[in-house]
Design a protein around this ligand. Structure first.
Ligand code: FES
Length: 105
């Protein structure tokens, strides 16, 4: 695992989420009340981009079939509307040093 800079803290405003590409992975970074969390951006259902979805409290809702994942743990909070059983999302360790954001990949 290496720690890679993904930008300044100001690039990730409160209440917003953003997709970043790190080492060939698409990762969703969300700022929940000033704390950053990161999970895989690709939905484990049918691979839609979660960053095109919606924030709902501590969860992200996939815009394709409305599965919900916890941004804190990556766990499935609600199955997709199709009723399929899906996997949790991988999470990534994220840290801030001198206003710069690092992610471990
Ligand atoms: S692709 Fe995300 S819920 Fe279906």
């Amino acid at each position: 695992m290496t720690s890679i800079s993904i930008g300044k803290l100001s690039d990730f405003p409160k209440g917003k989420m953003k997709k970043v590409s790190v080492k060939g992975k698409e990762i969703l970074v969300a700022n929940l009340d000033g704390r950053l969390y990161s999970i895989d951006d690709t939905c484990t259902h049918e691979e839609c981009s979660l960053s095109d979805g919606f924030l709902s409290g501590e969860n992200v809702i996939c815009h394709c079939h409305l599965a919900q994942f916890s941004l804190k743990t990556g766990k499935v909070m609600q199955k997709p509307a199709t009723g399929d059983v899906i996997d949790d999302e991988p999470t990534y360790k994220i840290s801030v040093k001198r206003q710069e954001v690092f992610i471990e990949v």
